[in-house]
Ligand binder design. Sequence first.
Ligand code: SAH
Length: 313
Amino acid sequence: MNLRALRLSVILSVLICFGCTESGGDTATDQGASSAGTEKVQESEQDKAESPDAGAEKKEKEKEKSDDGQRAEEPAQHKDKSEAKEEQEKERLAPTHDHKAFKERLKERQEMVSTQIQRYEVTGEKVLAAMRTVPRHAFVRPSDTSLAYADRPLPIGYGQTISQPFIVGYMTDKMQLDDKKKVLEIGTGSAYQAAVAAEIAYEVYSIEILRPLGNSAQKRLADLGYRNVTTKVGDGYFGWEEHGPFDAIIVTAAAPHIPPPLVKQLKPGGRMIIPVGGPFATQYLILVLKGADGKVTSRQLLPVAFVPFTRKQ
Ligand code: SAH
């Protein structure tokens, strides 16, 4: 048994979320992520190849040329404008980090990242930076703040838990987020996972089924300045169609099966991570990938133990 397996089996005995040996070779799935981008390049090269050739009448050629010029220019201007607008919007939505909690307990967060997250297979710099930034102690109950940076899940009331930091880092890492991505989370809980994703992504939408948790999470996110997170109370099984499709979907409660509406709301090239399994059976984190062609594949990652995905409010 290696160090990681040993450590994780200790975690198993502590509380809810635990990880152990990963079924290896996840890099194969990671390779599929940029296929949409590649296809775009191919398309534009094909466009170029099909532009009018030199055999036509001079007049016609000139007309075609000027048409082409217009065609070429218009989208470029449009792109510039929409890019500038996107930048403004990004600025408007960016987390403010003004709350005093961001300046507190920095050392503990750094240590949490280096000992619990970075040492294992979570390597994405953006994820590590996000976890050094988000003040986990502002997401736990006042009676648990001393344990906020411990390697364990913690109760958040109503029989629910904030996941172990490693699990949050691992799940976020698998989503390959950047500042252009739109994320859906099912199971807002304390909103810690939503905040970690919001540090990296453009926008996060999060659904919580338990009203008191959903309401307090919304208030917490607003107090902490997470302007790019939108929450609602409801059954996450159906996703959030008005705001979809999403680049990434993170489900933080264990479902008996992968909800089809969530797969439908995933963009081509999108990724979903979801714990699947019954409350008393072994659950696995499943990574679902939707290819650029819309083809859906999945692979099993870690064995875990999440709170159940429920269906009644
Ligand atoms: N992401 C949370 C973890 C919360 S635990 C955090 O970072 O703190 C899982 C949450 O999923 C619980 O709050 C539970 O109430 C919620 N949940 C369970 N079933 C759900 C459903 N069908 N739709 C939305 N939320 C659900």
